[in-house]
Write a protein that binds this ligand. Structure first.
Ligand SMILES: [Zn+2]
Length: 263
């Protein structure tokens, strides 16, 4: 996190989410369990927690809300898109982007689209909005891969999964974006588009097997910003600390170049 903040010296501090903001997406039993953590523990096989976890999780969720309201990029950890309504999963405690989407709807946005280009399937976000046709969830991800969901048959009215085989790069991602993601989002016509921006599909990421380049993330971000009148992003994965700052920078450049041309 310090690496990222060093790279963006004009960052603004977020704020912790209020409990009721988190409860719009999570079961009370899960929220209470997070608040009750008083020492080192594991919330699932991949998700360590300690006495600072609750504070970090509320801060990440609140910062995602404010970034979504301001059209900004929330540089937060822990990430959120695997967090299910009733439990933590895969490094994620609260589902930051889902909480941000609900906050925007409370502010008056009728339809929110979420595009998730993290290399992993955003199973938590999908689960939270599965039966809600006011939120479109679109995920591009390596498949089969962790967490296993998001395959070709895992689709619904407002859930679109685009499983991609290991080894895909800019060409395959941009092709899928232009031919599948963009038409679907345009049909949905969201008031706001939120991006689950993970950078673990990068060619130098240690956790996954994709080959997206810095330029590829810039293009994906630019194309996301072209799909709705407002756009904001929330950081998900990205596990190579030496490349993450410039990938975030490229993505931000993509988001803002489009809003400049649109404005
Ligand atoms: Zn990921």
């Amino acid at each position: 996190m310090a690496r990222l903040l060093d790279a963006f010296p004009d960052w603004q501090e977020g704020r912790p989410a209020r409990k009721e903001e988190v409860l719009r997406c999570h079961a009370r039993v899960h929220v209470e369990q997070v608040l009750a953590i008083h020492g080192e523990t594991w919330l699932d096989l991949d998700t360590p927690a300690s006495e600072t976890t609750a504070e970090a999780a509320f801060l990440a969720a609140g910062t995602a809300i404010e970034a979504a309201r301001q059209g900004a990029f929330a540089l937060v950890r822990p990430p959120g898109h695997h967090a299910l309504s009733n439990r933590a999963m895969g490094f994620c405690i609260f589902n930051n982007i889902a909480i941000a989407a609900r906050a925007l709807q409370t502010d008056g946005a009728a339809k929110v689209a979420i595009v998730d280009f993290d290399v992993h399937h955003g199973n938590g976000t999908q689960e939270i909005f599965q039966t809600d046709d006011s939120v479109l969830f679109v995920s591009l991800h390596q498949w089969p891969f962790y967490p296993g969901s998001g395959g070709p048959d895992d689709q619904a009215e407002t859930t679109l999964n685009i499983p991609l085989s290991a080894g895909c790069g800019d060409e395959e991602y941009l092709y899928a974006f232009d031919h599948v993601v963009a038409p679907e989002v345009e049909r949905f016509a969201p008031d706001v588009l939120l991006v689950s921006a993970g950078f673990d599909a990068h060619e130098q990421d240690p956790l996954a097997g994709m080959r997206v380049s810095e330029e590829g993330f810039r293009e994906l971000s630019r194309r996301c910003a072209a799909l709705a009148p407002r756009v904001a992003a929330v950081l998900e994965g990205g596990y190579n600390l030496s490349t993450l700052p410039r990938l975030v920078e490229a993505s931000l450049a993509g988001f803002t170049s489009e809003s400049r041309t649109a404005g």
